[in-house]
Design a protein around this ligand. Structure first.
Ligand code: SR1
Length: 325
């Protein structure tokens, strides 16, 4: 493989192998994340081996071992369950493989963590909910414990409820699987039927928000509901801006940019350069009103209007091509 002119070893010679090992690959967020990682890898001349995620912790463990056996110089671990990854990731580190984690706390001092400022993300979404609805409402909350970003967002939700005693969580549900949106929709229907006074939903993952929106449409209650979420994709934007949509705000990064940042972090480590322990990609608030007013229809429209959606200045170096989208 061709080397990258002006880059430090081993990128000057090319042929650097990196594994991207995901826990989840289905859904817009994860597909865009992988696409961004792939684009950054290509720009760096990296041979990126993508191990697809099937929400299977045992398989993800195996994939880390396969990557070590393949002789990769770097691994990006994208989501997963810390308890099933800790020892195999340590084996990779001991074998001299550079490891970066996105959204999984491996508690390993050699492994930097990429995240989307999840506390800020949840705070911005809930501040918008208060701006629109005040501090007294009946809420539904979509949450699955054990995923680092959802757990961090949950800390903010817990504090928000403590600070606003007239916000009542009437129902809590959620599911993470290869059918997250439709399974969440089934649960949401049961929650709405049992709690017809729910008017606000905090659904801090776009697949959750889609599921809730689907349930609201099936029950004919979309006009009585407001959904506040995380994440954005072209399909999400269409669902948010359509007439009568209850999905009124989301707080998001461009997941492709986060994928690119993850690959840059591992590339810097392979080149022996400094990488901060925590790498933050900051999200932006996107309201239905602002998206409609700006005529935004796609992620590309968003990238043209919001600089953070086209590139991040996290973990860059003069030898790394960073303008990808
Ligand atoms: C199951 S965890 C889903 C979340 O991971 C990423 O952080 C995305 O923002 C998504 O909301």
């Amino acid at each position: 493989a061709a080397g990258l002119e002006g880059a430090p070893a081993p990128f000057d010679k090319g042929g650097v192998k990196v594994a991207l090992i995901s826990y989840i690959s289905s859904g817009d967020f994860f597909q865009a994340y992988q696409a961004g990682a792939g684009a950054q890898a290509k720009a760096l001349g990296i041979d990126l081996r993508v191990f697809p995620g099937k929400q299977n912790a045992a398989e993800q463990r195996e994939q880390v071992q396969q990557a070590i056996n393949l002789g990769v110089q770097g691994i990006v671990v994208d989501h997963g369950l810390p308890e099933s990854l800790g020892d195999v990731v340590q084996q990779a580190v001991d074998a001299g493989v550079k490891v970066v984690a996105f959204d999984v706390n491996l508690n390993n001092p050699s492994v930097p963590q990429v995240e989307q400022s999840d506390h800020e993300l949840a705070r911005l979404a809930l501040e918008q909910a208060v701006k629109d609805n005040g501090t007294s409402f009946k809420a539904g909350y979509v949450y699955v414990a054990g995923f680092a970003p959802l757990d961090r967002r949950n800390e903010v939700w817990d504090k928000f409820k403590a600070d606003n005693p007239d916000v009542v969580e009437k129902a809590r549900f959620g599911n993470v699987s290869d059918t997250t949106a439709t399974s969440t929709a089934d649960q949401a229907k049961a929650a709405f039927t049992a709690n017809p006074d729910i008017s606000i939903i905090f659904a801090p993952y776009d697949e959750f928000a889609r599921g809730v929106k689907l349930a609201a449409a099936d029950l004919g209650i979309a006009d009585k509901l407001k959904i506040y979420s995380a994440d954005v994709s072209t399909a999400d934007i269409q669902e948010i801006v359509e007439d009568g949509s209850p999905w009124v705000a989301t707080v998001a990064t461009n997941p492709a940019v986060v994928g690119a940042v993850s690959v840059r972090a591992v590339a810097l480590k392979i080149a022996g350069q400094d990488v901060p322990k925590q790498i933050l990609v900051k999200p932006a608030l996107l309201t239905q009103e602002a998206l409609r007013q700006a005529g935004v229809k796609t992620i590309e429209d968003l990238a043209a209007k919001v600089p953070a959606f086209s590139a991040s200045d996290a973990v860059t170096a003069d030898w790394i091509p960073a303008k990808l989208f």
